[in-house]
Design a protein around this ligand. Structure first.
Ligand code: FMN
Length: 410
């Protein structure tokens, strides 16, 4: 039994993260609303999906209310809840979130309601981890979790029977009936996400998890209609998108996250025609667009163990830009975007339509505020805080002594 956020405590009317001065909305793209279908995100800076490895049997709990609530309170336009597995064996770790059972809807809805109560938009990523399943939460180590510890190393699946890395479980190559069944599981999870009140649904087809491992000829060694040529390798992903779009409400946006390149060719924009590269990603994005996908979230890597990644600021923006231009679909840029001014430049230059950040929000849940400061935008803060600190912008306040800027506190 839990008590929903009452009207007094909600910030729906004036969400944090909205410019106070309407002229700033015109001036700064990052703080313009982003509308897709009937959903409006109140700005263009969102929280990227991030696994917390803290669920029990795929059920979210108070930790997730705390974590996502603290993010939503500080003004991002969108909070994408972490990868949630469509079947138990699709979890990365036994502690992953899941959406394979109706029993998981209520706890998810509680997190959704908390995000909504602060005027932010709740998103969710649905996922299957494929041959990277049954592993340990990273903060506990990097090992396969045995059956006796709640893992399922003998039930890990992939396009073929080659393991992701020597220390990962050997997957079972999915049969065609298993592929067809999995398509349905994704659709079932989408229906549950809608019931929980999710407004933006993202299909996880990146990072070497199940769908992306089918896309790449470096991991997909099949010889049937799900392997070989580009059209065959993307077939499973397209079937999932089609099935999800069919059940996901037509007035709600559907996003797909892909790995735009996988660095077997160390040049990120280089070719890897029999593996996976940006050129195939652009073609794939066009197919997604035809199936009713609203935005491609452009990540990269994760499918090939041991390759070197560029780790420079905004390293994936080039993918978002290429896909946006070639496939003429909206894109999200993500990856080491840690400055508000950089985020604004990406939007200004038309390289992407939306900005997602992950680790910067973990470092500072008020990243939206910090980004606004950098762009000289005064943004709304939640009323419970803003009456007390008057101006959310720290450099306008005196930290010690007179506190000229502070309301008199009783
Ligand atoms: C703790 C953690 C968990 C993550 N979990 C997910 C996930 O569930 N789904 C996903 O697509 N990406 C996941 N990622 C990747 C992030 O969403 C993001 O794309 C990546 O961290 C790069 O963005 P950043 O430099 O802003 O952190 C995770 C990253 C971190 C740090």
């Amino acid at each position: 039994m839990f008590v929903p956020v009452p009207a007094l405590a909600s910030n729906i009317e004036k969400p944090a993260g909205v410019p106070i001065n309407p002229a700033d909305v015109k001036r700064v793209k990052l703080f313009q609303p982003f509308q897709q279908k009937s959903v409006t995100m109140h700005n263009r800076l969102g929280v990227s999906p991030m696994c917390m490895y803290s669920a029990v049997d795929g059920h979210l709990n108070d930790y997730h209310v705390l974590h996502y609530g603290s993010l939503a309170l500080k003004g991002p336009g969108l909070v994408i809840i972490e990868a949630s597995a469509v079947v138990p064996e699709g979890r990365i770790t036994p502690q992953d979130s899941g959406l394979w059972s109706d029993s998981q809807i209520d706890n998810l809805k509680r997190v959704v309601d908390v995000i909504k109560s602060q005027g932010s938009t709740p998103g969710l990523q649905i996922a299957h981890s494929g041959r990277k399943a049954s592993t340990s939460p990273p903060f506990l180590g990097d090992y396969v979790v045995a059956e006796s510890d709640g893992g399922w190393p003998d039930r890990v699946v992939g396009p073929s029977d080659n393991a992701y890395a020597p220390h990962y479980a050997k997957p079972h190559a999915m049969t065609i009936p298993e592929i067809k069944q999995m398509v349905q599981y994704f659709a079932d999870a989408a229906i549950r996400a809608d019931k929980a009140g999710i407004e933006v649904l993202e299909i996880h087809a990146a990072h070497g998890y199940l769908l992306s491992s089918f896309f790449s000829g470096n991991s997909n060694k099949r010889t049937d209609e799900y392997g070989g040529c580009f059209e065959n390798r993307i077939r499973f992903g397209l079937e999932v998108v089609q099935a999800v779009r069919a059940v996901w409400p037509s007035n709600k946006p559907l996003w797909v996250r892909i790995s735009s390149a996988e660095y077997v060719n160390p040049d990120p924009m280089g070719e890897d025609p029999n593996g996976w590269d940006i050129y195939q990603s652009c073609r794939l994005a066009k197919e997604f667009k035809n199936l009713g996908v609203d935005l491609v979230d452009c990540s990269s890597g994760g499918n090939i163990h041991g390759v070197k990644y560029p780790s420079v600021p905004m390293y994936q923006v080039q993918f978002a830009e290429a896909i946006k231009r070639k496939a003429e679909i909206q894109t999200a840029a993500v990856g080491l975007i840690v400055e508000g001014t950089d985020a604004e430049q990406i939007l200004e230059k038309g390289q992407a339509d939306y900005i997602l950040a992950g680790r910067e929000f973990l470092r500072d849940s008020a990243f939206t505020l910090v980004a606004a400061q950098a762009l000289n935008v005064d943004i709304q803060w939640n009323k419970q805080y803003s009456w007390a600190v008057k101006k959310a912008r720290r450099h306008n306040t005196t930290k010690t002594g007179g506190n000229a800027d502070m309301t008199t506190i009783p």
